[in-house]
Design a protein around this ligand. Structure first.
Ligand SMILES: Cc1ncc(COP(=O)(O)O)c(C=O)c1O
Length: 417
């Protein structure tokens, strides 16, 4: 029998968990690139609404989820926790493997979890247009969907290599009225610095989005990862997971998430962080591509979040803002930096990071599709590759990973493989 642990709607958490309340060492503050001193929050009001800025800095342990957002969450949440029995049998492992399935959201990934509150708070603040970047298109489609639902226009700069590799992601954004341009584009000064056959990067697309906000009336910027408030919204994953583990008497030994900017990984593990602080032996593993190894090969230092240097400097693991990752299929993991909170936890030894090559990742994703019947996003296949390696240790452990999205628009990745 397939084991699926569900929560009833009234068992879904109604507040996000803020790990900043429990970090043993405070985060280093973001710096103003003009002065190299901690940035004044007012300066960021040009690109973010006040409520999201408050959430970015808040140390309150719990932040209530607005009613209007809960209503939208009920379209696809609580998401199921599923025991991967077929994968276990295939691997002949004595480990238990579970996955938290975030691929059932309206646009197919966890990104909707933060798109909805971001669209909601911007709408409340009177913003008419949200401008953003997207890698593989998961975040752009999530924000287009949330904008359509909550009444706000969305403009997306999509990294060119994914724009060309994943035409149906673009179509999905169009379906929800998102206005999509390939990045680098000729719409911004930053974009014009590159030739039109440049594959692009998330760093360049972020610069283009920020520049475009400053030239568009009543517009603000939205980011799909990295920032504290984004990871805060994603704790809905870990909070549900914790409730599901309690309900089914599951005691996880290892929790795994793929890592691009840190939002699905952070959102999954943060609610378990207090348990680790209390001495529970639990391992958290972030998984990234070997070809874009910010956490495993990057330096822990201040760096810009984008290529043009418009964003505040953040203390994080980084490959350098000009790093140009190769055109791998997991477009959502092609980011030079990482979440400052995830970086701090790694630096202080609370989490681990590993890197896998694309070949092993796609093999793992295919194995998962053939055994469990779910085609994973290539990003999520990184978590699967790690879960499989852990299960092969045959040490009777309980392994949980977040399946951050489905791969129905990424089939070329598996066909080419
Ligand atoms: C399906 C999926 N998983 C993971 C990621 C990586 O982002 P993050 O590290 O913020 O979860 C992305 C980014 O686009 C994605 O689309």
């Amino acid at each position: 029998m397939r084991e699926t642990i569900t929560l009833k709607p009234d068992e879904m958490p109604d507040a996000y968990y803020n790990v900043l309340a429990d970090l043993p060492n405070p985060l280093d503050p973001p710096l103003d690139p003009a002065t190299m001193k901690p940035i004044a929050p007012e300066k960021l009001l040009a690109i973010f609404p006040e409520t999201l800025l408050e959430q970015e800095m808040s140390h309150e342990r719990y932040v209530p989820i607005p009613e209007a957002v809960l209503r939208e969450y009920f379209v696809y949440r609580p998401s199921p926790l599923i025991r991967a029995v077929f994968l276990e049998e295939y691997l002949k492992t004595n480990c238990k493997i579970y996955y938290k399935h975030e691929g059932l959201s309206p646009t197919g990934s966890h990104k909707v979890n933060t798109a909805l509150p971001q669209a909601y708070y911007n709408k409340l603040a009177g913003v008419k247009t949200l401008v953003t970047e997207t890698g593989a298109g998961q975040w752009g489609s999530a924000l287009s969907y949330a904008g359509k639902k909550l009444g706000i226009a969305v403009k997306v700069f999509m990294v060119r290599v994914s724009y060309e590799q994943k035409p149906f992601r673009k179509k999905l954004m169009h379906l929800f009225s998102g206005d999509v341009s390939a990045s680098p584009s000729s719409l911004t000064e930053c974009g014009k610095r590159y030739s039109t056959d440049n594959p692009g990067s998330l760093g360049i697309a972020i610069s283009e989005a920020i520049e475009s906000v400053t030239t568009t009336k009543h517009a603000k910027y939205a980011l799909g990862s990295v920032l504290n408030h984004v990871l805060l919204h994603q704790t809905i994953i870990g909070l549900e997971l914790k409730a599901q583990c309690k309900k089914a008497d599951i005691v996880p030994d290892t929790i795994i998430g793929c890592h691009g900017g840190g939002s699905n990984f952070g959102g999954t593990i943060f609610p378990f962080f207090p348990d680790k602080l209390e001495g529970r032996n639990i391992k958290f593993i972030a998984v990234e591509p070997e070809s874009c190894p910010s956490l495993t090969k990057g330096e822990y230092r201040y760096d810009s979040g984008d290529t043009a240097g418009y964003t505040p400097l953040m203390k994080m693991y980084t490959l350098g803002k000009d790093f140009m990752p190769p055109a791998i299929h997991a477009g959502g993991l092609r980011y030079h930096g990482a979440s400052p909170i995830v970086s701090k936890l790694l630096h202080d030894g609370y989490i681990e990071a590993v890197a896998y090559n694309q070949n092993d990742v796609l093999t793992a994703g295919k194995t998962f599709a053939l055994t469990e019947g779910v085609v994973p996003a290539p990003e999520s296949s990184h978590a699967i590759a790690c879960a499989i390696s852990e299960a092969k240790k045959n040490n009777g452990k309980t392994i949980i990973f977040t399946l951050s999205g489905h791969g129905h628009f990424d089939l070329n990745a598996y066909i080419d493989h």
